[in-house]
Design a protein around this ligand. Structure first.
Ligand SMILES: NC(=O)c1ccc[n+]([C@@H]2O[C@H](COP(=O)([O-])OP(=O)(O)OC[C@H]3O[C@@H](n4cnc5c(N)ncnc54)[C@H](O)[C@@H]3O)[C@@H](O)[C@H]2O)c1
Ligand SMILES: OCCc1c[nH]c2ccccc12
Length: 281
C-alpha cells in the first residue's frame, strides 16, 4: 500500500510521511525535488531559516494548496511572541494558514506550558493554523496538557529503533490520547551504530530494496509518521517507494532486537553530542 494519510484528532487527514527541510544547503531545489518525488507533507520551522525558499518553491510548483500539508514550528527565534511569529512564518511561506503549527521544543513553552498552550489554542481558533501540536515533548510535558481544551494533534519526536524501547510509554500515552506521533531522524541507524544498519540491510535484502526503506516501513508499522530528508532525488524516490513495503512480524522483530542491542551505544553517542553541543552554545 503506498503512503497514505493518518487522521488527526479533529479528523484532518495528514500524509503519513513528511519531507523535512532542516539543514538543506539549497531548500528551493530540494523542496522542488521532494514535491516532484511525490511528497505532499513538508516540514519546516522558523529556526531553519528557509521558510521563504520553501514557500517560493511551493508556490511555483503549481501543486494546489489543498493537496499540501505544511508544518512550521515556533522557536522564539527573534524573541517574538508566538502570535507574531506565526504571522511572520506565514508571510515567509507565502500562505494564509499552516496545516500544523508546532512548539519546536518544550523550552519554548516554558515556564508554564498550559499557559503557553492557551496561546496556541487561540492560533487554531483564528484559523492561522488548522492544527496545533508539540515537538520534543516528553511524557511529563504532555501530561501537563491533559486538561487543555484542544489536545495536541501531534508530538514530533526523534524516533528510530534504538529509541523504541524507551519510548513505549510515550507512544502508548499518545495512542490513548489521540496524539499522532511524528518521528524525525528515522534513518539514524544507517549513520550511527552499525547494528541497526546491518539489521535494516538484512531485512531490506529480502525485498531487494535499500535499508532506508526498511526503516521507514518500520516506523509506519509502529504507527509513527516518519519525517525524513535528503538532498538526493533518488533517495527521495526510494523513501516514497517504501510506502509499498509491508514488513512481516519477523522483520519488525529483527529491527526491534537490533534497536534494543544498539540502544546503549546510541545513548552514549547522543549524550556526547548533546554535551559537546551545550559546550559550544
Ligand atoms: N522537531 C525537531 O526538533 C527536529 C529535529 C531534527 C529533525 N527534524 C525534522 O526531521 C527532518 C529529517 O531529519 P533527519 O535529516 O535527521 O532525518 P533522517 O533520519 O531521515 O536522515 C536523513 C539523512 O539520512 C541519510 N541517509 C539516507 N539514506 C541513507 C543510506 N542508505 N545510507 C546512509 N545514509 C543515508 C541522508 O544523508 C539524509 O541526509 C528534518 O529535516 C526536520 O524537518 C525535526
Ligand atoms: O528541528 C531541528 C533541531 C532543532 C530543535 N530545536 C531547534 C531550534 C533551533 C534550530 C534547530 C532546532
Amino acid at each position: 500500500m503506498p503512503w497514505s494519510t493518518v487522521k488527526l484528532n479533529d479528523k484532518t487527514c495528514m500524509p503519513n510521511i513528511a519531507y523535512g527541510t532542516w539543514r538543506l544547503p539549497d531548500a528551493a531545489t530540494s523542496v522542488r525535488d521532494a514535491l516532484d518525488a511525490g511528497f505532499r507533507h513538508i516540514d519546516t520551522a522558523e529556526a531553519y531559516k528557509n521558510e521563504s525558499e520553501a514557500g517560493d518553491t511551493i508556490e511555483q510548483s503549481g501543486v494546489p494548496r489543498s493537496e499540501l500539508f505544511i508544518t512550521t514550528k515556533f522557536a522564539a527565534v527573534d524573541g517574538q511572541a508566538v502570535e507574531v511569529a506565526i504571522r511572520n512564518s506565514l508571510d515567509r511561506l507565502g500562505i494564509s494558514y499552516v496545516d500544523l503549527y508546532l512548539i519546536h521544543n518544550v523550552r519554548h513553552a516554558q515556564p508554564d506550558i498550559p499557559t503557553f498552550w492557551k496561546k496556541m489554542e487561540k492560533i487554531k481558533a483564528s484559523g492561522l493554523a488548522k492544527n496545533i501540536g508539540v515537538s520534543n515533548f516528553k511524557l511529563e510535558h504532555l501530561q501537563q496538557l491533559e486538561n487543555a481544551q484542544v489536545k495536541p494533534a501531534v508530538n514530533q519526536i526523534m524516533f528510530h529503533p534504538y529509541l523504541y524501547d524507551g519510548l513505549k510509554p510515550t507512544l502508548d500515552y499518545c495512542s490513548k490520547n489521540g496524539i499522532v506521533v511524528e518521528g524525525y531522524s528515522p534513518l539514524i541507524p544507517l549513520v550511527h551504530v552499525p547494528i541497526g544498519k546491518e539489521a535494516a540491510t538484512n531485512v531490506a535484502s529480502r525485498y531487494s530494496v535499500g535499508p532506508e526503506q526498511a526503516l521507514l516501513a518500520w516506523s509506519r508499522a509502529k504507527g509513527v509518521v516518519p519525517v525524513t530528508s535528503s538532498t538526493k532525488k533518488e533517495r527521495m524516490e526510494a523513501y516514497r517507494a517504501a510506502g509499498n513495503l509491508e514488513l512481516t512480524v519477523e522483520d519488525i522483530a529483527e529491527l526491534d532486537a537490533a534497536g534494543t542491542e544498539g540502544a546503549p551505544a546510541w545513548e552514549k553517542i547522543w549524550n556526547d553530542y548533546i554535551a559537546s553541543h551545550m559546550k559550544k552554545n
